[in-house]
Design a protein around this ligand. Structure first.
Ligand code: ATP
Ligand code: MG
Length: 409
């Protein structure tokens, strides 16, 4: 049997980028031979093994044939007579379809190295269209390598467009889609992911609520970029520049969905978009079965982001309601993420990227003031049950009034 490194490890070594996970393909072996050498089988679908010592992945060389809709609709053929070239041709991009042996001798039948040098993401063969997940993968790689100057080949974008229009994206499971989306959002240029999906018509299929924001104007005084879709891309861009976590990036993407519902005659204003957007945010959350913390933050940011922008003008009672809604006493981290997302929203505007955002520290201070109200003295006064809750609220309100007075003095 022969063993080759394949895919990302070869690509990233040639790019001079640190390699995280190593995938290997085994040519000329049977499952029985692998098991006899102590490899542990994983994956129900096709023959993949884990190395008994390193735990790294070894897959038997295989060919694939489309036999139905979606990811399940594949038949695999793995046997000792499948060649390396046959295995490589089923891969998505030419830069992902290179292999190397122990001496770093390159096998590159589909000219991945040429495309790597030309900074092009190009599909290997027309079989690309057989797995709709590849649309998301290409958009993700575009986001990851945008800073190196990579773009999607026009003929690949065309294939992605055909795939999107065929409705095949609907066959993707929430789990597979979310894995790609969440990884793409954590790249350095997540906005490129959304832009590429939009360019090939996939955004309309996957997240029509986000697609609908393009072409929707906002008031130029607050939004020099005017277009809500462009604003959303900038907010995402800021979220990566400021190294925000996934929860914040997800909330950034969805924060303005309500603006896509505003009747045209009300443009460029978007009265109550925070509320109209909530059902859309919920729908997108559920479509991709986003993790609970992402879902929660997206809804809270959608509902309260304008509160944050107006933080310095809020009455003490409104401040208190905001802090209570966030359960800031038990969930300080979530409130911090909320502030982060709102700051990204404020900076994701043309020419305003460097603006200061005093609202952030102001709200942090308010949360601190409310948190410092001690329960013990109220217990000592004999409050309990719902009355204790009310007394605590009164004390917190007092603290917030004092905080406001001090801040404005
Ligand atoms: P990463 O750095 O994100 O791990 P990678 O290229 O190694 O990038 P993997 O998901 O680990 O990506 O997959 C390993 C290889 O398997 C890819 O390089 C590609 O050749 C192939 N591959 C993975 N998923 C697909 C797919 N859906 N369609 C075609 N080829 C795929
Ligand atoms: Mg990999």
């Amino acid at each position: 049997m022969q063993i080759f490194k394949v895919g990302g490890v070869v690509r990233d070594r040639l790019l001079g980028i640190p390699v995280t996970d190593v995938d290997r393909v085994v040519v000329g072996a049977t499952t029985e031979e692998m098991l006899a050498q102590g490899f542990r089988p994983v994956g129900a679908d096709f023959p993949v093994f884990l190395h008994p010592k390193t735990g790294e992945e070894y897959a038997l060389a295989r060919t694939e044939r489309k036999s139905g809709r979606g990811y399940g609709g594949f038949t695999f053929h793995a046997s000792p007579d499948v060649t390396l070239e046959e295995d490589l041709i089923r891969r998505d991009l030419t830069i992902n379809a290179m292999a190397e042996d122990d001496q770093q001798n390159l096998t590159d039948p589909y000219h991945g190295q040429r495309d790597l040098e030309a900074r092009i993401l190009r599909h290997v063969s027309p079989a690309f269209a057989e797995d709709p997940l590849r649309v998301l993968r290409v958009a993700r790689f575009a986001a990851r390598y945008a800073s190196l100057g990579f773009t999607v080949a026009p003929e690949t974008l065309e294939l992605m467009r055909q795939l999107s229009e065929s409705g095949e994206l609907q066959a993707l499971t929430a789990e597979r889609s979310w894995k790609e989306i969440s990884r793409a959002l954590m790249e350095d240029q997540p906005q490129v992911f959304i832009q590429v999906l939009r360019d090939c018509g996939a955004l309309k299929e996957l997240m029509p609520e986000v697609d609908a924001l393009f072409g929707v104007p906002q008031p130029e005084v607050h939004h020099p970029e005017i277009d809500t879709g462009l604003h959303t891309l900038s907010v995402l861009e800021q979220s990566a520049l400021h190294k925000q976590p996934l929860t914040v990036r997800w909330a950034c993407l969805l924060h303005d969905l309500g603006k896509g519902l505003t009747p045209e005659e009300e443009w460029p204003r978007h009265i109550a978009h925070e509320h109209t957007g909530l059902k859309l945010i919920k729908a997108v959350n559920e479509r991709f079965k986003a993790p609970k913390d992402c879902q929660e933050l997206a809804l809270l940011v959608g509902k309260y982001h304008t509160h944050c922008h107006r933080a310095l003008e809020l009455k003490a009672s409104t401040l208190l309601e905001l802090l209570q809604s966030f359960d800031v006493y038990r969930r300080p981290q979530r409130f911090e993420e909320f502030i982060g997302a709102c700051e990204m929203d404020a900076r994701g505007r043309k020419g305003l990227e460097q603006r200061s955002y005093p609202q952030a520290d102001y709200l942090r201070g308010a949360a601190q003031a409310a948190r410092e109200v001690a329960v013990q003295p109220l217990l000592e006064k004999g409050f309990k049950g719902p009355e204790l809750g009310e007394a605590l609220k009164r004390e917190r309100l007092k603290a917030l009034k004092a905080y406001k007075d001090e801040a404005s003095a």
